[in-house]
Design a protein around this ligand. Structure first.
Ligand code: WQD
Length: 385
């Protein structure tokens, strides 16, 4: 099969893990960019709404006024995946579906290898059977391991990973490189995310993990809303400006627009395979993040210092030049906006996407206002529990 010279622009995009946090925000961005989206998810880490619909994608439909085609599907169920895939003429696939809890991956390694690796192999085989060779893979800065220089660019070594989740992402990247060598007609971009945070500015979509979460922003939100007494800060003895860990926090909507830019690149040129960092290029300490959140939301986030968390890296932030030069993409939203957008989602949906009893909505929000005072990002009362 020859390498196509000029690709027609993509129309229909197949999104695995499309109901998840990053997946659903990317689906919104794709729909707003004019693509038709076919989304699948197995609901391992997102909320199944009424009639088996994806709660997050119902919000996308509400915001965009467009219908999303959604199927509940586990990538380990290859026959079902194949049956769904061949119903549509798919131009490109964005592959988000994966288990991603670092701590859990160390306790259940086989589950993570089976789910993340076999699920990906099933997807690639079904794509090949349907002659769809255009792929965006959701990778992670975790594959860089402990960086030996900062900022990290795409030439930095990969594979020196400290956890099973990150190793699955690394192995999949290597698998895709081998596939591309054997079958150069594939056209693949791996996007290496730094730390995605925030929510759509409407307050109608956001991060709503159904598994026990470990990432920092949902914890900060739980403290700010009064669900937890304080934020545990893991380590204040790092060689950083205030001793706490440094990360490159990127707004989830900037991450979403990075996918739209990467897909346009695939449609315009045959890269075979290439990786791009999606980060802001700015390192922020844990305490800087907390203080920014407090300033923006006018809430208090008490902290308690604990020793370092095992497997944590001291500092990690991106050199995002390549994505700017070759994808025409840079992250635009500030740390303040990340905090403001997250908080608007959190107070309007303290129970995430789970249906709530609207009867006590106003009471709950009044209690939040009472204890935290007004802030610039109060939103209309929608689904506050
Ligand atoms: C951030 C900082 C913690 C929680 C994750 C994913 C990884 C990748 C990037 C996508 C660290 C500190 C945290 C808390 C804290 N994402 N922290 N108290 O570990 O950088 O990596 O995002 O692929 O896969 O695992 O993110 O949010 O857990 O931690 O002090 O309660 O916040 O020590 O410095 P991490 P995180």
């Amino acid at each position: 099969m020859g390498i196509p010279v000029k690709m027609p622009p993509f129309k229909t995009v197949f999104v695995t893990g499309g109901a998840g946090y990053i997946g659903s925000h990317t689906v919104l961005e794709l729909v707003e960019a004019g693509y038709e989206v076919i989304a699948v998810d197995n609901f391992t880490n997102c909320v199944c709404g009424t009639e088996g619909q994806a709660a997050s994608l119902k919000r996308v439909e509400e915001i965009t006024g467009k219908k999303i085609t959604f199927y509940q599907c586990d990538l380990l169920d290859k026959p079902r995946l194949a049956e769904i895939f061949k119903k549509h003429k798919i131009d490109c696939v964005i592959h988000f579906a994966a288990m991603k809890a670092v701590g859990e991956s160390m306790i259940l390694p086989l589950l993570y290898y089976k789910n993340n690796l076999i699920g990906t192999i099933n997807l690639l085989e079904v794509m090949k059977e349907n002659n769809c060779l255009q792929l965006l893979f959701s990778s992670s800065c975790t594959i860089y391991g402990n960086p030996d220089h900062l900022p990290i660019n795409e030439k930095h070594s990969i594979g020196n990973v400290t956890n099973v989740y990150g190793r699955t992402k690394y192995i999949i990247e290597e698998m895709l490189v081998d596939l591309s060598k054997a079958e150069p007609e594939w056209n693949i971009i791996s996007l290496r995310y730094f730390n995605p945070v925030g929510a759509h500015h409407s307050g109608r979509m956001g991060e709503d993990p159904t598994k026990a979460f470990t990432n920092i922003m949902p914890y900060i939100g739980s403290v700010a809303i009064g669900r937890k007494p304080y934020l545990t800060v893991f380590g204040d003895d790092y060689n950083t400006p205030d001793g706490t860990g440094v990360r490159d926090y990127i707004h989830v909507m900037d991450l979403a627009s990075g996918h739209v830019a990467a897909m346009a690149k695939l449609a315009a040129s045959h890269l075979k395979i290439k990786a791009y960092n999606l980060g802001t290029g700015r390192g922020v300490t844990v305490l800087e993040l907390v203080r920014t959140f407090e300033k923006v939301t006018k809430t208090k986030v008490p902290v308690q210092m604990l020793p370092r968390r095992e497997g944590d890296i001291e500092s990690m932030f991106a050199d995002a030049t390549l994505a700017c030069e070759e994808l025409g993409w840079t992250a635009e939203r500030s740390l303040e906006t990340m905090c403001e957008d997250y908080w608007r989602w959190q107070i309007a949906n303290p129970n995430g996407y789970r249906e709530t009893d609207t009867a006590d909505v106003a009471a709950k929000l009044a209690a939040i206002k009472e204890s935290h005072g007004e802030c610039s990002c109060q939103s209309t009362v929608n689904g506050v529990h």
